[in-house]
Design a binder for this molecule. Structure first.
Ligand code: SAM
Length: 231
């Protein structure tokens, strides 16, 4: 069953933006622990897609065992919880998940532990991507300090880190999502993203706590910059 409440935010984003992750896509998931988004992404790239999961799943805050905190679909007991895909899809779909923290294995995902702000980790991630990916997701966040301006700045830094990696691994027309808190200094990032994607919108998925400032920037259809060598 699903590993974290966060899964439902990604399910909701996929409902609103269905082209974000498609069957057969390659997805890079940054800030992935404990793996809720990764589980949803593995389903979304699989040959059956996210439909069955989206149709049945609803967070009810249940935990079936202390060792494997799990989310049960409403009305189901632990034996009938939504089964997740248990093998890597054979349609080219692939998910690479990275976090500072360890992530328990997720069938169908390649997991890497590391700090995305470190060049060495970025290099490893680019290698693991083995060519270009269709979608880069970043739910990266530090534990909040309580100071809104400090939190906004730190999340913005992580967005910039995620985007700098995305620029190196995204296919033309690829997609990028990052966790974002609206603040005073975010205009530069937004302007940059608007110059690189056909569409950039804010979205606050249903799974986000009411009252929290947390939202996501959804950037669709990457337009790679024209480099000097190509002109
Ligand atoms: N999307 C996850 C899920 O569905 O289970 C939840 C992610 S949680 C909100 C944010 C994560 O970002 C944390 O696990 C944290 O360790 C990670 N993170 C923060 N800074 C990071 C960094 N520099 N590199 C990698 N991961 C980072």
């Amino acid at each position: 069953s699903l590993r974290s409440r966060a899964s439902f935010k990604l399910l909701d984003l996929l409902k609103t933006h269905p082209t974000l992750i498609k069957k057969g896509h390659k997805v890079l998931d940054l800030g992935a622990a404990p793996g809720g988004w990764t589980q949803v992404a593995v389903e979304a790239v699989s040959s059956r897609g996210v439909g069955p999961l989206a149709a049945g799943a609803r967070f009810v805050g249940a935990s079936i065992s202390p060792n494997s905190p799990a989310v049960l679909a409403e009305g189901l007991d632990s034996d009938t919880a939504i089964p997740l895909l248990v093998r890597r899809s054979d349609n080219g779909g692939r998910v690479i998940a990275v976090d500072l923290l360890p992530i328990d294995p997720i069938p169908g995902a390649t997991i890497l532990q590391g700090d995305m702000t470190h060049t060495a980790t970025q290099q490893k991630v680019i290698e693991l991507c083995g060519g270009k990916v269709d979608t880069v997701l970043s739910d990266m966040a530090h534990s909040f300090t309580g100071s809104r301006s400090a939190d906004v700045a730190r999340v913005l830094d992580l967005c910039e880190t995620a985007f700098s990696v995305a620029e190196r691994v995204l296919k033309p027309n690829g997609n990028f999502v990052c966790k974002f808190i609206r603040g005073e200094d975010d205009q530069d990032l937004q302007t940059l993203l608007e110059s690189r994607f056909t569409s950039v919108v804010f979205d606050k998925p249903l799974g986000s706590r009411t009252g929290s400032a947390e939202a996501y920037l959804i950037c669709l259809e990457y337009i790679p910059p024209i480099t000097a060598t190509e002109t």
